[in-house]
Design a protein around this ligand. Structure first.
Ligand SMILES: [Fe+2]
Length: 185
């Protein structure tokens, strides 16, 4: 593979940056494939739960699909916990950042805040405030995020649920990540 001439970016010329641009465009086009591969490997996380992280993601996305959600919302639901491994303290923001260029402001907001909203189901058992989400009570996407957690996230830890497969969702992920990344910006 051809390489750039520089060792410092400030010394690069047009030919160097044209070359890098070509490689980057191809890399961007393969984002969906990398995400699907990463998801397929989420089989060891979630200690203590009855199902794997992958199964939780598939289950949540299947519920979203069966509820007639838009394709971008189904894909966002599939990816909503993708940040757990590398950003356990702010996994919602991590996942939201990955989908941000390809989805609407609403879908982005729901995923970005679902972690806080989801504490409604557990925080009071650990001495915390389950209503911390109420600070967003007047936000236009408050109810949609409450609904996301109630219908798709908190309910998807069932080992007996028949989820769709990752292969079923693959074409949807490919389509969303093939969108013009500047469409919603
Ligand atoms: Fe989740």
């Amino acid at each position: 593979m051809k390489k750039v001439s520089f060792t410092q970016m400030k010394d690069g010329d047009k030919e160097d940056y044209k070359l890098l641009e070509k490689y980057e465009k191809k890399f961007e086009r393969d984002t969906a494939k990398r995400i699907l591969k990463y998801l397929s490997e989420q089989t060891t996380t979630l200690e203590g739960y009855k199902i794997t992280r992958l199964e939780h993601s598939l289950q949540a996305a299947t519920r979203a699909f069966n509820s007639g959600e838009s394709e971008e919302m189904v894909v966002a639901t599939l990816l909503h916990d993708i940040g757990d491994d590398l950003a356990p303290m702010n996994h919602s923001q991590y996942a939201a950042s990955i989908i941000r260029p390809y989805v609407s402001e609403k879908t982005y907001w729901i995923i970005k805040h679902h972690g806080l909203f989801q504490t409604y189901y557990s925080a009071h058992h650990l001495g915390g405030d389950r209503n911390a989400r109420d600070k967003f009570k007047d936000h236009k996407y408050y109810q949609a995020t409450v609904d996301f957690c109630e219908k798709y996230d908190q309910s998807s830890f069932d080992p007996n649920y028949k989820s769709m497969s990752l292969e079923d969702f693959s074409p949807m992920v490919e389509r969303i990540f093939a969108r013009d990344p500047y469409y919603f910006v």
